[in-house]
Ligand binder design. Structure first.
Ligand code: SAM
Length: 240
């Protein structure tokens, strides 16, 4: 119920303000201070980011599009996207520690605050309209129904493009996870959920979006389904 969901969210936030922040900030950096599992997660995640940047560049017109990076972490996508010339990016994350680090990295990289803004917000509280809404590797913390709700919410904010990634449910992964081999994951203390892709696609479809690109990015200990959706012609209730 609602109380359970709020408790779960509070737990995820607590984790990403503290030990989770430290762990993921190291993974999403060039620090040598990572173990083999973390190094592989870093490599796998970089593939996801590189895919998204390549797709966005193919779509083109970056300078005249607005982007929302929901659950931006330390800015692994937003920073290079800004450097590629994206016109405006609103990056946000549940964790204030993450947002502060992302802002620090952006200013260190000399990215003008006029083109890349940061705010602390969970993605349910986000509003506004963007050409493109992106949410990478966030749903791992939420069960199927909550993740689908997030997809519908993000889709309603997207005028044309929605890009999400998540750990897909597969029987083999479920088995490995069951015997505790996979997803040393976010931590031993937060749960990691794999999601059924058909449910995610259906949630997007309900909001008027169809999948146009799919990729599976893998490295040992990293397994992420990436899907780019496009709004179906005439399916936008947010447009007059
Ligand atoms: N999207 C970033 C990337 O790919 O580099 C970060 C991925 S990291 C594995 C997951 C991020 O999701 C963390 O920064 C965490 O704080 C954030 N997060 C978790 N639940 C969230 C929520 N409900 N709303 C917004 N951010 C959330």
């Amino acid at each position: 119920g609602t109380a359970g969901k709020a408790a779960e969210k509070a737990e995820v936030k607590g984790y990403f303000e503290t030990t989770g922040f430290e762990r993921w900030n190291r993974i999403y950096s060039e620090s040598e201070d990572v173990n083999k599992v973390q190094r592989n997660i870093r490599l796998g995640h970089q593939k996801t980011v590189d895919n998204v940047l390549a797709w966005l560049q193919e779509q083109g017109n970056l300078a005249h599009r607005s982007f929302c990076d929901a659950g931006c972490g330390v800015g692994s996508l937003s920073l290079p996207l800004a450097q590629l010339g994206a016109g405006s990016i609103a990056a946000s994350d549940l964790s204030e520690a993450m947002v502060a680090e992302a802002a620090r990295r952006a200013s260190e990289a000399g990215i003008p605050a006029s083109r890349l803004t940061f705010s602390a917000s969970d993605l349910e509280s986000l509003s506004g309209r963007y050409d493109t809404v992106i949410c990478l590797d966030v749903f791992i913390h939420y069960p199927q129904a909550a993740a689908e709700e997030m997809v519908r919410h993000l889709a309603a904010m997207a005028e044309r493009h929605l890009i999400v990634s998540f750990a897909p449910y597969t029987p083999l992964l479920a088995l490995l996870k069951g015997i505790g081999q996979l997803f040393p994951g976010p931590s031993k203390t937060t749960r990691a959920y794999t999601l059924r892709e058909d449910g995610i696609v259906k949630a997007a479809a309900e909001a008027g979006f169809v999948p146009v690109r799919r990729n599976l990015n893998q490295a040992p200990f990293y397994f992420s389904r990436l899907i780019a959706f496009e709004r179906r012609e005439g399916s936008d209730p947010g447009r007059g």
